[in-house]
Ligand binder design. Structure first.
Ligand code: ADP
Ligand code: ASP
Ligand code: MG
Length: 722
């Protein structure tokens, strides 16, 4: 392998090192990187930090024994060590380390239990062991796999990452950290910096993320999700050229993929966009990660350990201008405080006092909104800071309240902030309008609005129970084609299967050429159904019936309908390829609810006239379309032709001949020839009472022998004039 002289930082999140198999994959990714010096920052195994926090909490607040959970954490690490099949000389030191550290943790937990409280420093010591152990194990694995003269070292990151804790989180002490890094790690950096290109050895330095030290020498952490921040601090200290964050998704997505199924990868983001997204809830990266990288212009690449070939996202100075909105995120639960009253008007000091009081109380304000009259100020804070905020406001405005100058301090619980983020929104009109209109269309009430002057972020406050819906509808408004159709297909028989095949073969073309996005999201037979958030994969079109048997759940047309009518997708369509009269009974409800219906099923149009006639007002009510061309003349465009004739204002007499048996209901007294006048009149009256009187029966268009009729001279007599 030709060595590349640069320095890189790789950071592996908890899911990337959760099991022996994943650790091996991660090791392979490090080894495949040809750069000279690879600094590898490792998170705790997935779930371990949560378990350690829970242990501390349990020991401090309950009398329940914490030992079983603690033993489980230790056992998980021991099992991992065995599963990695390391050599005995590497296994023993690791097991001893777990025993020794474990004894220290046990003493800490016993102390917490005794004093019934856990100071932050004790808690930080306990939770930091997750990273200390995972990095030691990963180091042993890499060392065992190292070939030739490649070197692997473990570095204790604690003395190198020195941070002060402020109300806004940890802040790096750069002079102290640089000096400490120089003492502990500079030899590797120096050794590699001047090395010759052809020299085929690399140095890998493995270290724990998350853990750090205060300037006083007390162990601390960088806060939840802080290993990302560790990686960018180490990148700054080692003067790395790139940071690669390995996680379990393909990059930074346009929304949280756990809540928005259609979220898509953003290939390029600016540092500022990434900060805004992370600050407003995009868990994929810690918001502080960008700070050291911005100053030194180090690009951050987000990659998927489980799909390393995917390009991932790059966070750097360059953004992708083609997308004005890069992502939509939410923060919840939040509480809104609304300070209202005569005293606010024209009193700028009020805002100063308000924010002064909140700073004193160490409350961080997520969103501020104030009208120009200054009559009211609205702030949003994390729900966990509700009590502190209430007390701070009480205290700060006691005098005004007593004098009646502050009328109310309304508190609205259970809210969520929805943030729309993107550099391209600056100076572009219509972005906010689009978001607001979409929320209004989905009947989601907006409680407060804020837009920073950078115009990089528009935030609205909505009720918490609406948060996921709001996220989805706004996401769709910016990311989906206006012609995205949520399709439910009923009846996976011959016609249904042929249709699925056609959709599968044309989907891509329709999307790229015409922006028509057909998503078959539900499929049902008379017994089973299958609902899916992402469109049905194309292989369903081969054997839909069989797959429904294997994967389907019991049919429930109500749930089926709800699913097809996904609020975040602009159009809903049900295609009824069954021959069922029961299914046809639902058309009225579907059309009235705004679901378009396409059907080759003849039942709705050939049953009782009253049923058919109810469909028209339903369609008008829902603003939906009802297409039933295939119910007449086996797919010939008869209905459409008749409509077109009418629309062309042609007054034409259609003469058709048919057998008696095609008249309904009793197949009696019908003439063998019928004349129907197609005229530009608003309604076509072939089935009107007067016509029925003339025919002596109701004309059932769907049962007419259209094929024969088309071949006949009667048809030609109609068609020829055109
Ligand atoms: P790691 O353990 O690798 O640090 P995290 O769990 O901290 O991973 O972050 C990755 C997770 O963040 C993803 O699995 C995804 O569910 C979630 N996430 C939330 N918002 C976003 C987003 N906008 N883009 C990508 N992932 C997101
Ligand atoms: N293990 C820590 C956490 O779960 C830090 C990290 O994974 O980034 O918060
Ligand atoms: Mg993370």
């Amino acid at each position: 392998m030709n060595r590349d002289n640069r320095i890189v930082v790789h950071k592996f999140g908890g899911s990337s090192v959760a099991t022996a198999e994943r650790m091996r994959t991660a090791a392979g990714l490090v080894e495949a990187d040809p750069r000279a010096l690879k600094m590898v920052v490792v998170s705790a195994l997935k779930g371990v930090t949560d378990a350690l926090y829970a242990l501390v909490h349990q020991a401090a607040t309950t009398d329940q024994p914490w030992e079983p959970q603690w033993l489980a954490v230790k056992e998980r690490h021991r099992t991992l060590i065995h599963e990695l099949r390391l050599s005995e000389s590497r296994v023993q030191p690791l097991l001893h380390r777990i025993e020794d550290d474990g004894a220290a943790v046990e003493r800490l937990l016993q102390t917490i239990r005794l004093v019934k409280t856990a100071s932050e420093s004790i808690q930080d010591r306990v939770v930091g062991y997750g990273e200390l152990w995972s990095s030691a194990i990963f180091n042993a694995l890499l060392a065992q796999r190292a070939t030739g003269s490649d070197r692997v070292h473990w570095l204790d990151a604690r003395p190198c990452v020195i941070v002060h804790w402020h109300s806004l989180g940890p802040v790096v002490d750069w002079p102290m950290s640089t000096a400490a890094f120089e003492r502990h790690a500079a030899e590797w950096v120096r050794a590699n910096a001047g090395a010759v290109n052809s020299e085929a050895h690399t140095t890998t330095v493995v270290m724990p993320g998350f853990v750090a030290t205060t300037p006083e020498g007390v162990q601390t952490t960088l806060g939840r999700n802080g290993s990302d921040y560790s990686a960018s601090i180490i990148a700054a200290l080692s003067k790395a050229q790139e940071i690669v964050i390995w996680t379990d998704v393909d990059g930074v997505l346009s929304a949280d993929p756990r809540r928005v199924a259609n979220a898509r990868v953003i290939e390029r983001l600016s540092y500022h966009e990434a900060v805004e997204l992370a600050y407003f809830g995009a868990k994929v990266i810690h918001p502080k990660t960008m700070t050291p990288a911005i100053e030194r212009a180090i690009p951050i690449r987000i990659k998927n350990t489980f799909n390393p070939d995917a390009l991932g996202s790059v966070i750097s100075n360059q953004s992708d201008d083609s997308l004005p909105v890069k992502g939509i995120t939410t923060v919840e639960p939040v509480v809104l405080f609304n300070l209202e009253g005569t005293g606010n008007s024209g009193a700028p000091a009020t805002a100063e006092r308000l924010f002064g009081a909140l700073r004193e109380a160490k409350v961080s304000v997520l969103l501020i909104s104030q009208g120009s009259s200054e009559h009211s100020i609205c702030i949003a804070v994390h729900a966990r800071e509700r009590a502190a905020t209430t007390a701070a406001l009480e205290q700060a405005f006691r005098a005004e309240r007593a004098a009646g100058l502050i009328a109310t301090t309304a508190i609205i619980d259970h809210c969520a902030i929805l943030a729309v983020v993107g550099d391209g929104m600056a100076g572009q009109s219509g972005v906010a309008a689009r978001a607001f209109k979409t929320l209004a269309d989905a009947a989601i009430n907006i409680r407060a609005i804020a837009q920073g002057s950078s115009e990089r972020n528009i935030s609205v406050v909505v009720d918490e129970h609406n948060a996921t819906r709001a996220l989805n509808v706004v996401h769709s408004a910016f990311y989906l084609s206006d012609h995205t159709v949520s399709i439910g297909l009923i009846g996976p028989g011959l016609v249904g299967q042929a249709l699925l095949e056609q959709i599968a073969s044309q989907r891509e073309r329709l999307l790229t050429r015409y922006g028509i996005d057909l998503r078959v999201r539900a499929i049902a037979s008379s017994q089973a159904m299958h609902l899916t958030e992402t469109p049905l994969s194309d292989d369903w079109s081969q054997t839909p019936r069989q797959r429904l048997c294997e994967q389907g759940t019991a049919i429930d047309l109500h749930r089926f309908t709800e699913h097809v009518m996904a609020e975040h997708l602009p159009h809903a369509l049900i295609i009824d390829c069954s021959a069922s009269a029961d299914v046809a009974q639902h058309y009225e409800r579907w059309l009235a609810a705004g679901i378009h219906v396409i059907t080759p099923n003849k039942k709705a149009n050939s049953g009782p006239m009253a049923n058919y006639e109810r469909l028209k007002p339903a369609r008008r009510k829902g603003g939906s379309q009802y297409y039933y061309e295939a119910t007449v003349g086996a797919g010939l465009p008869i209905i459409q032709t008749l409509y077109d004739l009418r629309i062309c204002s042609m007054s034409t007499t259609v003469v058709c001949r048919f057998r008696r048996s095609f008249a309904t209901p009793k197949r009696r007294a019908s003439p063998s020839r019928i004349r129907a006048t197609i005229s530009p009149a608003p309604t076509w009256r072939a089935n009107s009472p007067s016509w029925r009187a003339r025919l002596g029966c109701r004309l059932n268009w769907s049962r007419l022998p259209w094929r024969a009729w088309f071949r006949s001279r009667w048809w030609r007599s109609v068609w020829m004039p055109f």
